[in-house]
Ligand binder design. Structure first.
Ligand code: URA
Length: 241
């Protein structure tokens, strides 16, 4: 990789500021001052220092985004704003969202460049838990809850796997609940609620594979995962192996 690209990915400054640092002799590669921004380095092998301090290159990066409604879960889109458009300033190459939330769904989305972790978290065999806060029109009966808990016929070849229903609150014509599922079928929550006679009016993912949405993150905001959060995600993957 080019030296200036690598260093700007480490957020030491903009690409032009980084070029200045390099031209001014502030960067050494394996102990030698390098003044050419285009100099090719091996980010895994070379020892790169900025004003004498060693820079640590992190190949994989992990962020939680509080996805707002109206943004599509994609890396690029011709029409709509994407979740990656919200990640301005995030360090790391080839970022992508892990899994998919509908355009009108809000909440927790993991953004990374770690393909192996993503593959594991999304594998249908791993049954990684996802919890949604759901607001609905209609009434939720005891039979409806039982259906959700036992497996719901949503028109696919097989019913859904049993889900956990919690924190149910009812009013005359509407209700809210939290629903924990272990699959990732297309429009799964909306179809499950539809199958028990309701209509989803608001949907937000609040946890995914042991990772819980940080309530301090405003809609559209993101932050890097903390070490313990990353460990929880990785542990989850191992336990399901
Ligand atoms: N289920 C849905 O129906 N939509 C989502 O965005 C996620 C789960």
């Amino acid at each position: 990789m080019r030296l200036d690209k690598l260093i700007s990915q480490m957020q030491l400054g903009t690409r032009s500021q980084v070029k200045e640092f390099i031209r001014n002799g502030n960067i050494t590669v394996n102990g030698m001052v390098v003044k050419k921004p285009e100099y090719k380095v091996d980010e895994r092998e070379d020892n790169i220092c900025f004003m004498g301090r060693e820079l640590c290159y992190q190949e994989y990066v992990y962020y939680m985004l509080n996805k707002p409604s109206g943004v599509v879960t994609a890396t690029k889109d011709k029409q709509d704003k994407t979740v990656l458009d919200l990640m301005q300033g995030a360090v790391g190459r080839d970022l992508f969202p892990v899994g998919r939330l509908d355009k009108d769904t809000e909440g927790l989305l993991l953004i990374t460049n770690d393909g192996a972790l993503s593959h594991n978290l999304l594998s249908p065999r791993k049954h990684v838990e996802k919890t949604y806060y759901v607001e609905c029109e209609g009434t939720l009966t005891k039979e409806g809850i039982l259906k959700l808990e036992q497996g719901t016929d949503i028109g696919d070849e097989n019913p859904t796997l049993p889900a956990r229903v919690h924190s149910v609150k009812r009013s005359d014509t509407s209700y809210s609940l939290e629903l924990t599922v272990t699959e990732g079928r297309f429009h799964q929550i909306k179809r499950m609620i539809g199958a028990v006679g309701g209509n989803v009016t608001y949907l937000k993912r609040i946890s995914f594979g042991g990772l819980v949405l940080d309530n301090a993150l405003a809609k559209g905001a993101w932050r890097a995962l903390r070490q313990e959060e990353l460990e929880a995600l990785t542990k989850q993957k191992k336990e399901k192996d």
